[in-house]
Design a protein around this ligand. Structure first.
Ligand code: CP
Ligand code: NVA
Length: 300
């Protein structure tokens, strides 16, 4: 059974996902490869883009999405993951899960007879990462580029490192110490990078990281689940804001990405978010096209 739990799981499929997403975006909408198929979407946390892109995407592919809030399932009353996975597999053709703990999604996949898609955990956000690579390629027409990720080396950053390494893109992460990406993921990404020639660096200096960058990426400083650490995080990360002064140090044609939701005047300013170099709204749209390609890969 093939699942998408980590971005690494798509190592052999990344190019076909990007190609098919482009076909979907260009309007090959008569294709209904998931006719009569169903996707369960389990959410333990809030979502706008992930929910909408999977839900609308499933309809567009001819299938049926089921939105399931984890707190409304028996899971929320203590039914164990193993039993939930076994039962759900009898009704649907795939399960997308947004969970607090990455380990819970791995556990679900162990007992699932249908493909499981990670819709964000504390550790990874693979569907976002492939959308980001797609968006960069769409804007730049090449992936032979230098991307700089600023701020919290979180779930989004982890999956981005893996996905960028797979397509040969260089990535520099600039973050304060103790906000580095996951060390095991970084090791895996380095292994992939050695094969593709991509260069991955983790540094703390913002100016050095941004100099000459083709893509500037940031994400919130307080992720879902990190709320108790808010004041500490805002203090630790304040030098890592993506603002116009910083953007001026990057390549003049650099684009700015943010997975969204954004918090203005924390990790990014309004001026940059809605400025001429921002690609964030295309990036948000592209979740739809890329999710369709991912669902078709796993469930088609
Ligand atoms: N980027 C992203 O996953 O957005 P949502 O939290 O709105 O799904
Ligand atoms: N890092 C953020 C991403 C939201 C899409 C979070 O986990 O809340």
């Amino acid at each position: 059974m093939t699942h998408l739990l980590s971005a690494l799981d798509a190592q052999n499929n990344v190019w076909s996902i990007l190609k098919e997403a482009k076909e979907f975006k260009e309007g090959n909408s008569s294709k209904k490869p998931l006719k009569n198929k169903s996707l369960a979407m389990v959410f333990e946390k809030a979502s706008t883009r992930t929910r909408m892109s999977f839900e609308v995407g499933m309809y567009q592919l001819g299938g049926q999405p089921l939105y399931l809030s984890a707190s409304d399932l028996q899971l929320g009353r203590g039914e164990i993951i193993e039993d939930t996975a076994r039962a759900m597999s009898r009704y649907v053709d795939g399960v997308m899960i947004r969970a607090h703990k990455h380990e819970d999604v791995l556990q679900f996949a162990r007992y699932s007879d249908v493909p499981v898609i990670n819709g964000l955990t504390n550790l990874e956000h693979p569907c976002q990462a492939f959308t980001d690579i797609f968006t960069i390629n769409e804007r730049k027409n090449t992936l032979d580029l230098q991307m700089t990720f600023l701020g919290d080396g979180n779930n989004v950053c982890n999956s981005l490192l893996l996905a960028a390494a797979m397509v040969g893109m260089d990535v520099t992460v600039a973050c304060p110490s103790s906000y580095e990406p996951d060390s095991i993921i970084l090791k895996d990404a380095q292994k992939v990078a050695r094969k593709t020639g991509s260069v991955l660096k983790i540094i703390s200096d913002v100016q050095d990281a941004v100099a000459g960058a083709d893509v500037i990426y940031t994400d919130v400083w307080v992720s879902m689940g990190d709320e108790l650490e808010e004041s500490q995080r805002l203090n630790d990360l304040r030098d890592y804001q993506v603002n116009q002064d910083l953007l001026n140090l990057a390549h003049p044609d650099a684009i700015v990405l943010h997975c969204l939701p954004a918090v203005r005047d924390q990790e990014i300013t309004e001026e940059v978010l809605n400025g001429p170099q921002s690609a964030v709204w295309d990036q948000a749209e592209n979740r739809l096209h890329v999710q369709k390609a991912i669902m078709n890969w796993l469930m088609g």
